[in-house]
Design a protein around this ligand. Structure first.
Ligand SMILES: *[C@@H]1O[C@H](CO)[C@@H](O)[C@H](O)[C@H]1NC(C)=O
Ligand SMILES: *[C@@H]1O[C@H](CO)[C@@H](O)[C@H](O)[C@H]1NC(C)=O
Length: 364
């Protein structure tokens, strides 16, 4: 019976996925060649990195390289000329950490975010949320909400560095989190969610009302390799280095694996589980300010993010060795105690029954 059902099931599965692909193409000329090699793995490496924008502490972590192509037109000819983007990830059992690095001549214009590089992470929340169209809900700007677009939620973190001092920590802070939303008035490292590009909100805000139980759960910092000092920039040091210097931009982020979100506005990560992510990058090419949709992306679809459990081979073999040692030790101990009890029993047997016990009885 099962033998006959299996091909039928496979056929059903295949025709279902083919159907989905063609319906995807009907809605526009969007197409994306799947790349099964693509993935980001977050190893369990506690106590390794500090979120300060510096990449030295990440040097032993494998990076995953991606070409940067325009998100709206992923054409090879329009690839970002500066080079590939490297994405690294790890977790310490509580927080997830991301290091995003990309070569780029130094450009910084204080207070003008679209004349500075900028980076965003995006994760799937709802099971129906597509990479394309930021969740892919078909409702328009006036009708999208948490009911009509249910299942299409994507989670985003966007860092615009125009007001962020390099090496300083931005993102979730007590003042904005007290107001219960995903904003960051200091450095513009914000926590958002969306159903489509036109239905994008800071966590806690929404078209059908605000809910002050939300938080900005992200923290992050940035750096450029042309900076000569490693300690304490302040705002007056802006622009921190001279324009056009060759180097690499570093963007480092962290977020708890689980958040207290009750509104389906944060992706939740599971140790040993898999999520779907993407990274976007904005750069003022030839000094031209970028616009919102003019960003590069690491791929034209979701990239799997694997959150490894701490149960790797290395940590597995270690306890088994010590377990062997301790069980051998326990065996020696129990043999010794057996011998001791036999000896004690023998001595008791040999001792005359009248002894100290009777003396005590007599005293009472
Ligand atoms: C939600 O908060 C935003 C930003 O503070 C505000 O503009 C909007 O009017 C609020 N919406 C409602 C329904 O209160
Ligand atoms: C939609 O959001 C509003 C405001 O946060 C909330 O009151 C409502 O319960 C939500 N509805 C659903 C179906 O999640």
């Amino acid at each position: 019976m099962l033998r006959h059902l299996l091909p039928l099931l496979l056929l059903l599965l295949c025709s279902n996925s083919i159907g989905r692909v063609s319906s995807h193409q009907e809605s526009g000329e969007w197409s994306c060649d799947a790349d099964s090699e693509n993935q980001v793995e977050a190893e369990f490496r506690p106590g390794l990195v500090t979120v300060d924008g510096h990449a030295d502490d990440w040097k032993d972590i494998d990076g995953f390289e991606f070409p940067l192509r325009p998100a709206l037109d992923p054409d090879e000819d329009h690839e970002y000329k500066g080079g590939k983007m490297t994405v690294k990830a790890l977790h310490d059992g509580h927080d997830a950490f991301f290091m995003v690095q990309v070569d780029g001549d130094y450009v910084y214009s204080k207070g003008t975010s679209n004349k500075c590089p900028s980076v965003a992470l995006m994760f799937q929340i709802g099971e129906s949320a597509t990479y394309h169209n930021m969740g892919g809900c078909s409702e328009g700007r006036d009708t999208c909400n948490n009911k009509s677009c249910k299942g299409h939620e994507v989670d985003m973190m966007h860092f615009s560095i125009g007001n962020a001092i390099p090496g300083r920590l931005y993102g979730g802070n007590p003042i904005d989190n007290r107001d219960g939303y995903g904003g960051d008035r200091f450095g513009h490292l914000v926590d958002l969610y969306a159903w489509t590009p036109h239905c994008r909100y800071l966590d806690g805000l929404g078209p059908s009302g605000n809910d002050t139980s939300a938080q900005n759960d992200w923290k992050g910092a940035w750096w450029h390799s042309s900076f000569t000092t490693h300690s304490g920039f302040i705002e007056e040091d802006s622009p921190y280095a001279s324009d056009g210097k060759k180097g690499t931009y570093y963007f480092e982020f962290s977020r708890p694996l689980r958040t207290m979100d009750r509104l389906q506005q944060d992706a939740q990560f599971t140790i040993g589980g898999s999520s779907k992510m993407s990274v976007a990058f904005w750069y003022p090419v030839d000094g031209q300010p970028w616009h919102g949709s003019g960003h590069y992306s690491i791929h034209c679809d979701w990239v799997p993010l694997e959150i490894s459990s701490g149960n790797s081979k290395l940590t597995k073999s270690a306890p088994s060795v010590s377990a062997n040692v301790s069980s051998a030790f326990a065996l020696v101990l129990s043999v010794a105690s057996l011998c001791l009890s036999v000896f004690v029993g023998y001595m008791l047997f040999r001792t005359p029954t009248v002894g100290p016990y009777t003396t005590m009885d007599g005293n009472l």
